[in-house]
Design a protein around this ligand. Structure first.
Ligand code: 5GP
Length: 130
């Protein structure tokens, strides 16, 4: 069965899309730690990120870099942090999170509850910087 991220990529489940190319897809995390929290996923359905071929793993990071630079411009921060967990959704993904401090990377923090309008403002702000 297709993962929820494959269904998002296929357009079967809505998302706030940040960027896409032939191999990778970026969209806002629906339970953001902070505004700008974005997920980067390969279109190839692989659970564990380190099961990706070297070339694809490298290309995923180059794609993530482009998105991270845009996030950093849209949401000024000390740095855009990168995290890989993958314990919830079995489809490899990188979390990109604009950080004011290391506490912004704590996945045990309460998640933001954004309205549809707020998500749209966030995604447009990032897209405008790509
Ligand atoms: P992880 O697998 O890295 O532990 O966490 C998966 C992440 O995917 C979580 O931060 C969660 O909020 C996000 N997520 C799970 N389901 C969806 C979804 O349907 N849409 C979006 N945009 N994000 C999701």
């Amino acid at each position: 069965m297709a993962t929820i991220f494959s269904r998002i990529i296929a357009g079967e489940i809505p998302c706030y899309k940040v960027a896409e190319d032939d191999k990778f897809f970026a969209f806002l995390d629906i339970n953001p730690l902070v505004k700008g929290h974005t997920l980067v996923v390969p279109k190839q359905e692989v659970d564990y990120i380190f099961d990706l071929e070297d070339e694809d793993l490298a290309a995923m990071h180059v794609f993530a870099k482009r998105v991270a630079v845009a996030i950093g411009k849209a949401f000024p921060c000390k740095k855009v942090g990168e995290a890989v967990l993958g314990l919830e959704v079995p489809h490899a993904h990188i979390h990109l999170i604009p950080m004011q401090s290391e506490k912004d990377m704590l996945f045990s923090n309460p998640k933001l509850k954004l309205t549809d309008g707020e998500f749209k403002v966030v995604v447009e702000a990032i897209r405008a910087m790509l």
